[in-house]
Design a protein around this ligand. Structure first.
Ligand SMILES: Cc1ncc(COP(=O)(O)O)c(C=O)c1O
Length: 428
């Protein structure tokens, strides 16, 4: 299939866009969004164009979410940095860039993707763990704008290998270890280590100016964040040269639509209020990952076999948990829907992958209509930690990725072939 842009059929798009408007309004406490990627004819069109299984992203949904999150923190010195650990597709990264966001890099690979997507390196913030000297040298050479370091040892290493002029050095921060807030946590340094950190930096003419705090991943309880702000600010005040505060990621996404949603407005207002009340003006950095991108992605696949065990339907798809590893690795839940013309009665259904791996379940106990071979199934909210965590486990090539933008769709990553499975092997 070529990579040209394809125009979606008009009526379907109008309906689909109407649904998106509803989705963006989102309730603060429960989430009544319809599911992407929209009506069945569009899904059939995509499958006909690009094959199955297929990751589909909706740019309008992504832009609306980015804009909503951007507006939620009124503090004037705020910048957002998309955590591309969740999704490294360059076409999507460019949407963040276009919306004025920077990038959060967990690894040099993340920074590389950001650079390839066209981000200004000064707007790439590294907050990670355990870089070796080659990693550090590489990211310094790329002129990454800020390094939030995980330990005193990493800070020493940075100071040893940084050979540039201190006046043009990247920003240096420390990741904060706060077990009384997060529970036991391997990441970061304690407040007691701040003075030593400042001395280490000073010996090289460098100032340690930032504190980075990561609350923990996938938290929908807004209070878990708002309740930690005062303590983070109190600790940060102990850093002599404090200039910026990076309030990490970990903001939740409501994968179960009947449960609570992270309240960006409440969080943003409270964070802004408390940071504004400080006796100095800080820059505020925020690194959302799943919260901003989960909802724009859907994995669509076809039913290849159906059987019944008593009243329970077992639907086998042409995809597997290797294409969306998070479900078997972390036991996560994703809404699943069947795109059928006339759904009729619903049955308890286990949706399974096309391997005999014992955990190859894409959904358990879903309520779906009686399925037939060839039906299209949508696995929703897989924009984060979906393709980025897919693997060659079970030796199935990875799916293609497609972006819907307005009334057009285009291929943004080619489907892999069996050849992909051996391309880096040396004894062919
Ligand atoms: C430092 C940091 N910031 C942001 C993120 C993004 O996390 P989430 O997707 O939970 O928002 C991560 C995830 O690994 C991270 O380690």
């Amino acid at each position: 299939m070529g990579e040209e842009v394809k125009r979606c059929k008009g009526e379907e798009m109008k309906r689909r866009r109407g649904e998106e408007v509803q989705r963006c309004r989102g309730d603060r406490h429960t989430d009544s969004r319809p599911l992407t990627p929209g009506p069945r004819p569009l899904v059939e069109e995509l499958l006909a164009c690009y094959g199955s299984p297929l990751y589909v992203y909706d740019a309008d949904t992504l832009r609306a979410t980015i804009d909503r999150i951007s507006r939620s923190v009124p503090y004037p010195g705020t910048s957002f940095h998309f955590a591309c650990v969740t999704n490294g597709n360059l076409a999507l990264l460019r949407i963040f860039q276009e919306r004025g966001w920077g990038l959060h890099a967990n690894t040099p690979g993340d920074a590389f993707l950001g650079l390839r997507a066209g981000f200004d390196p000064a707007r790439i913030v590294y907050s990670g763990s355990n870089l070796n000297s080659d990693d550090l040298l590489q990211m310094i050479a790329w002129r990454v704008g800020a390094f939030n370091l995980d330990s005193i040892r990493q800070l020493k290493l940075f100071c040893e290998i940084y050979s540039g002029d201190p006046s043009s050095a990247p920003r240096i921060g420390l990741r904060l270890n706060l077990p009384e807030v997060t529970g036991e946590n391997r990441i970061g340094v304690s407040v007691d280590e701040f003075e030593e950190a400042a001395r280490i930096g000073a010996r090289r003419g460098l100032k340690v100016t930032g504190i980075h705090f990561y609350r923990g991943t996938g938290t929908n309880a807004t209070a878990a964040f708002t309740d930690s702000i005062a303590e983070v600010l109190r600790c940060a005040a102990g850093l002599p040269d404090l200039q910026y505060l990076d309030f990490g990621g970990g903001f939740g996404y409501a994968y179960r639509r009947d449960r609570g949603v992270f309240d960006w407005e409440m969080f943003g207002e409270e964070l802004s209020r408390q940071v504004s009340a400080l006796d100095r003006r800080l820059d505020l950095l925020i690194e959302p990952g799943r919260a901003v991108i989960a909802g724009c992605g859907t994995l669509i696949a076809r039913v290849v076999a159906v059987k019944w065990q008593g009243d329970k339907q077992i639907a086998g798809l042409d995809t597997s948990v290797a294409n969306i590893a998070v479900l078997s690795v972390h036991g996560g839940h994703r809404e699943v829907s069947a795109l059928k013309e006339a759904p009729g009665e619903l049955f308890t259904t286990d949706v399974c992958g096309n391997t005999t791996f014992s955990r190859d379940y894409l959904s358990r106990g879903a309520r779906l209509p009686a399925l037939e071979e060839g039906d299209a199934i949508a696995i929703h909210d897989v924009g984060a930690y979906g393709y980025s965590m897919s693997s060659h486990f079970l030796h199935r090539p990875r799916p293609a990725e497609v972006l819907i933008e307005g009334d057009r769709h285009r291929l943004i990553r080619r489907r892999e072939s069996f050849e992909t499975l051996i391309e880096s092997q040396t004894e062919l």
